[in-house]
Design a protein around this ligand. Structure first.
Ligand SMILES: NC(=O)c1ccc[n+]([C@@H]2O[C@H](COP(=O)([O-])OP(=O)(O)OC[C@H]3O[C@@H](n4cnc5c(N)ncnc54)[C@H](OP(=O)(O)O)[C@@H]3O)[C@@H](O)[C@H]2O)c1
Length: 281
């Protein structure tokens, strides 16, 4: 996809953060945007904003809980029934959970697996035939810098993102020459609602030790670089100079060395996030 002129893009997680910003940046060029998330009011608000910048744009809001298989199926059926000429799929919706795995709420873990892994995979699987019909097309899967190494206290989240990166690379190779390009985006820390959503009940924001501020990249820049990466058919987009340096450092370091930087179990046991569940046992 050289540019997004007159394109039809489906964006999951468009009600906030990176997905919302990608919708804003696509709006002046695209012909049709399908905004997917659970919060209808947010999507409707964004729809009005986007129509203000491009009155020719068609915007459909699809209120879908991607953790619910049935609702994912309904979204796919809606696309087919309406003969949507999809040429750009952005699998951006995702969530994390900060705290020790042992103390995690299983239902929340399941939602993370469903949204970050299962829904993303199913949307690719079911929508590739649609993309094939309207080539050239593109898939952008949002992974994370957390995909590069295991992250204690965000173990499941990092593992889901390792899946997204691995899956996207393999899918890209499989679809080479078909007119469908696959790119994955690996942002470092970005100021969105992500941190708030990942925070467990009863814990304080200070319990979360984020990456140093120098790794932060604005949401506008992340979205811009991601879309540029898709336009240039890049396999992977890693926004931010220091994130690239850090990833290179990780790539060059053997695992036994990296393990030295993981918090010890004694340190982890001190974290308040573990306490609510232990108190019930
Ligand atoms: N922010 C960061 O530091 C960072 C770093 C690396 C990677 N990422 C990745 O970037 C992507 C976007 O995150 P963000 O930072 O923009 O976070 P965000 O502001 O929390 O946005 C997450 C989006 O996902 C949607 N979503 C969550 N659960 C959903 C569900 N069950 N069904 C449908 N939609 C759902 C949310 O919409 P509703 O709540 O309205 O459903 C929201 O639009 C995620 O995949 C995240 O893992 C973020």
């Amino acid at each position: 996809m050289k540019d997004f002129l007159e394109s039809t893009a489906l964006i999951t997680g468009a009600s906030s953060g990176i997905g919302l910003e990608m919708a804003r940046q696509l709006a002046p060029m695209a012909a049709h945007l399908i905004l997917v998330a659970r919060r209808r009011d947010r999507l409707e608000e964004l729809r009005q904003e986007l129509l203000g910048t491009n009155p020719e744009l068609r915007v459909d809001c699809q209120c879908v809980d991607l953790a619910d298989k049935h609702q994912v199926g309904e979204l796919i059926a809606w696309l087919r029934d309406n003969q949507v000429k999809l040429d750009f799929l952005i699998n951006n919706a995702g969530l994390g959970d900060h705290g020790p795995f042992e103390a995690s709420d299983w239902e929340r873990v399941e939602r993370i697996l469903q949204v970050n892994v299962v829904a993303l995979t199913e949307l690719c699987h079911r929508l590739i035939p649609l993309l094939r019909r309207h080539r050239p097309g593109a898939i952008l899967n949002v992974s994370s810098v957390a995909s590069f190494l295991p992250v204690p206290e965000m173990a499941v989240y990092a593992a889901t993102k390792a899946y997204v990166s691995s899956f996207s690379e393999a899918l890209r190779a499989e679809l080479r020459g078909t007119g469908i390009a696959v790119t994955h985006l690996c942002p470092g820390p970005v100021d969105t609602e992500f941190g708030e959503v990942a925070q467990r009940e009863g814990t304080a924001p200070e319990d979360f030790r984020p990456m140093p501020a120098m790794f932060k990249v604005s949401v506008e820049r992340v979205a811009r670089q991601a879309l540029r990466g898709v336009a240039r058919d890049r396999a992977r987009v890693l926004p931010g100079f220091w994130i690239n340096v850090a990833v290179l450092g990780v790539a060059l370091s053997p695992m036994f060395l990296l393990r030295l930087f993981f918090p010890s179990s004694a340190e982890r046991a001190q974290l308040p996030a573990l306490q609510p569940r232990l108190a019930h046992e």
